[in-house]
Design a protein. Sequence first.
Length: 165
Amino acid sequence: MFKKLLIVVGAAAVAAVGGSLIHPFGPAAASSGNQTIFRDSQIDPETLAIVQRACQNCHSENTEWPWYSHVAPVSWLIARDVQQARSHMNLSQWQDYSTDDRLALLSAIGSAARNHVMPPQRYLYLHPEARLSDPERQQLYRWTRTERSRLKTPSVTSHQTLSGG
């Protein structure tokens, strides 16, 4: 009986280690941790701190990969979630978005924050520090409205068009 249990545990360990080397969504990249987010935007330090705490882990190149993000099959789920989040919006590439894209993303950020869509509840189970209070949600929403208004002004739009942004 003990021998069978040992074989099963050994096989499970080999499968976990072997599976950790296989990432169907690409390998979990090491985080540089110092990518600037919202480059070319005007964001106050308090709102930026909220975004850094609650959003950038999935929506930027500043992802902090916990130990369990290297163990299959959990690693696959985490890699997929981060890949999908970045495909919707990568805050490290903010300066590369067109003005129209930024306007749409700001609208989505404001709506997601205000309507408790982001961060997702399942993410908060392991990352309670990302939980947003109602005042923080309102602060994000107000900032997105302010930044959208700024981007809609002709001088900002003309400047970005001239500079290639």
